[in-house]
Design a protein around this ligand. Sequence first.
Ligand code: DC
Length: 228
Amino acid sequence: MIITIDGPAASGKSTVARSLAKKLNFYYLNTGLLYRAVAYLLINQCSYEQNALRNPDEADLNSLIDKTRLIYEYDQDKKEQVIFDGQDITSFLRTSFIDEAASIVSTNKIVRDLLLNVQRVAAQKFDLVVDGRDTGSVVFPEADIKIYLSASEKVRAERWREYQEKNGNIFSAEEARNIIDDRDKRDKEREVAPLVIPDDAIFVENSKLDIPETVEKVMEFMNKSRVI
Ligand code: DC
């Protein structure tokens, strides 16, 4: 079974998806982490400047997105991890710098095509909860259940700002609004696989819900649709 959860930045997708996967004993695939890894590796292994991330060299991408080098792992206790050449790089992937870099690199068609394969291979082996921007619309159009999760831009900007603050990065409310606004625009306006609400998705608005309440709501929908 495949459950997709798509939505904009800071809509709570990853936390909800991780929690749902644990409850259902499914595998969790965090696709944003793959885009983050590609951005990180282009910068750190291939010395790309941020503005070169829009059009990375195909040879660099083929060398980095290679199933013997770039490995995604998930288990309920260790959460999700990205390993490159045997080294766990996960802790470098959630900085505000990589937020921006991943958002840029994800507009590139070659990157998206190569990661499409990586995502589909994971689904062959497991019952899956997967989250991202295009997992219901492009990666797994045949998914059993599709959720689209969102919250108001103000709420999402504040969540993002608080997350950054916990990690020692201080942003004003206005800076956070501008950053989230830019990421929304880039996600929705890119030519390849833009963020859309899949036709057959259940829309969950969680501005006023916390994570357990959001998970409960998603479970309710799934029960009603008799998929679990
Ligand atoms: O979900 P996230 O914030 O970790 O994702 C990081 C970036 O990756 C985000 O800016 C958009 C991109 N992304 C994407 O284009 N498609 C996906 N399925 C997942 C993420």
